[in-house]
Write a protein that binds this ligand. Sequence first.
Ligand code: DHB
Ligand code: MG
Length: 218
Amino acid sequence: MPDDPGVAIDDYIQRLFIHEDEAQRAALESARAEGLPSIQVPAALGKLLGILTVATGAKKILEIGTLGGYSGIWMARALPAGARLISLDVNPHHAEVARRNFARAGVADRVEVRVGPALETLPSLQGEAPFDIVYIDADKDNYPGYLDWAIRLTRPGSLIIGDNVLRGGAIITPAADDAGARGINEFNRRAAEHPRLDAIILPNRNGRDGILIATVKA
Ligand code: DHB
Ligand code: MG
C-alpha cells in the first residue's frame, strides 16, 4: 500500500470513471492561465453533480460561486435542452473566464453568469424560483446566509448541495478567527436541524473535505 492509501483510492476512482474532454481540460487550463485560484471541485465531484442533475431531472439549477465554470460545465452538460443554469460570482474576471469556458463546452445557450455579491443577487432571483438544485461553493463565511436563500428559492424535492463542509476537520471546533470555518460549522448545524431539510455529508478528497447534500421537504 502507498503511504497515503487515500491518494491511491482517489486516483483509482478517477482512472475508472472520469473521462474529461478537451473543453473540460481547456476550462481548467484557462482558469490557471488567467490566474484564478485552483480550487475548483475535483473531477469526481463534478461528475457527481452531473449525476445528481440527471437523477433529479433538474431543469433549473442555481450555482453560488462560478469560479472558472468547471463545476458549471459538469451540471450544464447534464441538463436537457431548454433547461437553465444560473451561476453567481462576485468577481467579474471569474465571470468572463467562465463565460468563455461555457461557450467552448457548448453550453453557453443554457448558462447565465450573474456578477455581484451573491447575498445581493439572490433576492432578485425569487421570480425565477423554484430551482431544482442549488449548489453552494463560494465564500465560506456566508454559507449560512446562502443556505437561508437556498431554502427560499427551492421547492419540496429540490436538492441543496454545499461544497467544502469539512475543511480538514477545522469546522468541528472552529477557531475564533476562522470566519470560514465558523460559517461552515453554522451551515452544517442549520442543515442538520432545519425542519424542512434532510441532509447528510459525504466525505471526499481523501477524507480531507466533504460535500453536504440535502433534500427539501414540504
Ligand atoms: C477553497 C474554496 C473552495 O470552494 C474549495 O473547493 C477549496 C478551497 C478556499 O477558499 O480555500
Ligand atoms: Mg469548493
